[in-house]
Design a protein around this ligand. Structure first.
Ligand code: COI
Length: 358
């Protein structure tokens, strides 16, 4: 793929690297490629970051035909920049697209677009500890037609944002409210997709939890409100009696997290038993009562690992790990981020060094 490049003549001022927050800043350039039915993907280009021109009838604006991804570029010292498992994001965006009747992207286009865009904006990759360049690829349906149907036109876009911690709490434990009214997804729905609609539908529960002093919700399954699905925008893991339990993906209601998969592989390499299976809220409550719930944490690209320090279950507040980050949670965080920032040997072959990109 030959990417046309138009560089900005009006670079943005640098952000305050010490106060990046999450998603508040975007870089100087973006990648765009168009799609038309019968023609396929065409006109890949890197252009100055700017608002899009969209037909107000564009399908994405009415019926939510949108999928996205999230991954990061990490500064590894000596002008080295690492990506983490970008092919996994490429595969996942395609799985999301298929479910939403949207066109798939060749994996190599996805990865090349990111490599070249990050290469052009490499001075935007933050260098301070625990900061990174968040990469947001998305595909939107752009045809201007009000019928509910597949779009004939799409755009694949990549934007970049230098980020710090996702939660203001950083690696401090978060308080989680177990949500029993709203649900995130149902069997047969789009729970396994990273599509905007899932997040739009989750906001009401998020704000309800916030009003009660909680950072996020724990989602239960949509049919019976019995099984644990996810926590906030993250996958969830529990350490019970020395074993790590996490909800299985088979129901299609849970996002197949790349951080989730990486954490499971790291644990397995340490010979820590892992179980991917259905977990009922009752089982969790029993583990709390018997004192066997040792640690709990969320996993996701944005926050990496987010320890859970308190759960509110049916109005009852329970502290986990005495409200502290558990030792295994800390070790997983240190190991995964150590690999991502190139400080630890990457025995899994996950990181992709893009330092040669211009
Ligand atoms: C992630 O953990 O990467 C997410 O899904 C959060 C993102 C939607 C900001």
């Amino acid at each position: 793929m030959q990417i046309t490049k138009t560089l900005t003549t009006n670079p943005k001022p640098a952000p305050d690297w010490n106060n990046l927050g999450f998603g508040a800043f975007t870089t100087d350039h973006m990648f765009i490629m168009d799609y038309h039915e019968g023609r396929g993907w065409y006109d890949p280009r890197i252009v100055p970051y700017a608002p899009l021109a969209l037909d107000p009838a564009a399908i994405v604006l009415h019926y939510g035909a949108e999928v996205f991804e999230g991954l990061k570029a990490y500064y590894a010292g000596d002008d080295q920049i690492l990506l983490f498992r970008p092919e996994a994001n490429a595969q996942r965006i395609n799985n999301s697209s298929v479910r939403l009747c949207m066109p798939e992207l060749p994996v190599e286009y996805f990865v090349q677009a990111i490599k070249e865009l990050v290469g052009i904006d490499k001075h935007w990759v933050p260098k301070l500890p625990d900061t990174s360049l968040y990469i947001r690829p998305l595909v939107i349906a752009t045809e201007g037609v009000l019928g509910v149907r597949r779009s004939a036109d799409y755009q694949f876009i990549v934007i970049l944002s230098p980020v710090g911690a996702y939660y203001p709490e950083g690696l401090n434990p978060v308080k989680i409210y177990v949500e029993e009214e709203y649900v995130r997804s149902v069997r047969g729905g789009t729970g396994f997709c990273k599509c905007g609609g899932n997040y739009a539908a989750s906001l009401a529960a998020q704000y309800k939890a916030k009003e009660m002093g909680y950072s996020q919700v724990m989602w239960l399954d949509g049919a019976e409100r019995k099984y644990i699905d996810e926590v906030g925008t993250m996958n969830v893991m529990f350490k019970v009696n020395g074993r790590i339990l996490t909800p299985e993906l088979s129901s299609g209601t849970i996002l197949p997290g790349i951080t989730r998969d990486s954490v499971l592989k790291i644990l397995q390499s340490w010979n820590i038993p892992t179980e991917e299976r259905k977990i009922t809220l009752t089982e969790l409550q029993q583990a709390i009562q018997t004192g066997t719930l040792e640690e709990a944490f969320g996993t996701g690209t944005a926050a990496v690992i987010s320890p859970i320090g308190e759960l509110n279950i049916h109005g009852e507040k329970v502290a986990i790990s005495n409200g502290q980050i558990g030792p295994l949670t800390q070790k997983i965080y240190d190991t995964l981020t150590g690999i991502q920032w190139g400080k630890l040997k990457d025995e899994f072959g996950w990181t992709v060094n893009i330092s040669s990109q211009k």
